[in-house]
Design a protein around this ligand. Sequence first.
Ligand code: NAD
Length: 365
Amino acid sequence: MSNSSLQLTNNEVMTTMSEMGHEQVVFCNDTESGLKAIIAVHNTVLGPSLGGTRFWNYTNETDAIVDVLRLSRGMTYKSSLCGNNLGGGKAVIIGDATKIKSREALFRSYGKFVNSLNGKYITAEDVGTSTGDMVFISQETKAVAGLPESMGGGGDPSPVTAYGVYLGIKASAKYVYGNDSLTGKKILVQGVGHVGQYLIDHLIKENAVVMISDINEERIKTVTAKHKVEVIEKEKVYDSIMDIYAPCALGATLNDDTIPKLTCAIVAGAANNQLKDETKHGRDLIDRNIVYAPDYLINAGGVINCYVELEGYNKERAFSRTDIIYNRTLEVFDIAKKEKITTQEAANSLAKSRITAIAKINARM
Ligand code: NAD
């Protein structure tokens, strides 16, 4: 969700957990396989917590704890906002992936820890983990999503994520221009990886004028071979004349250096944590009259895909459930306008209000 500078309060995990509202944090160690993992369950009011497992060589354990606490809370808001009956959780595995003796042993050991939570936490892929790793985990627990289609899983979530981002862009256009047509709109897609490429297919179909930027020449070639697009050098992205900026590469691209340069009316893309500082940069965008579609709302297609997998995967249902993103985005914009808050704050408030309402029902019945 946010890149805001969360820190452990006096290095005390329990204090920070209670400030952030986490239910449970589990530290997992298996010396033999080299597994060192932390599973954070933030909130299970709406359902079992779900979120990916990140495999990262953290500089120190504090960074790993901060990351897992922050990311798990983000998953609570994300699932709430997109209508999933899921809570928020996340896990990190600490270590250097190149030094692991057996990936199978590590992930099966991790799967046993996930299983020990009896379905309270469901894992999936994230940075540093793959579908193959989920298959290892699935040998030890049913609490895993992101399995290959051949095993009844949802496979690559990117087409569904891209569809949600496309709907988020259309809703933003409706809000800003009065109608959601993208015909003739200059849209810059930064990052033409898995999500970016599927997103471009939708935009081209609607006759948008697409510009692309990537640091990977091969990926640029793949797109230019398929579509008529203008290629923008990496350094020139923020100075380009555009209507819509769609960050689909990395986080924190909305910051003190870039926001003053932006000429667009809308920022709407797939990348996680686009605002370097959630509050300050959210406000800076308002000051520049730029409408920001919260990243964690419009990129929720991936988690919707996991949710549908848990029900018994059906691609059509994954896409149709993702339709919710269009109206939710408009709802968030309306709340932000009425309450004079940033769109990120409006999204957070909408996510929290659903959890509060369902918690009351749970308490009554
Ligand atoms: P990806 O790795 O397939 O693609 C990212 C692309 O960005 C790559 O082509 C890479 O070369 C490019 N890139 C990296 N640095 C760049 C830079 N400075 N300028 C321009 N391009 C640069 O990743 P993806 O799966 O397409 O995901 C894109 C973003 O969306 C990520 O932030 C990811 O966390 C987020 N996201 C993805 C999904 C999903 O379903 N894949 C779901 C939710 C969020």
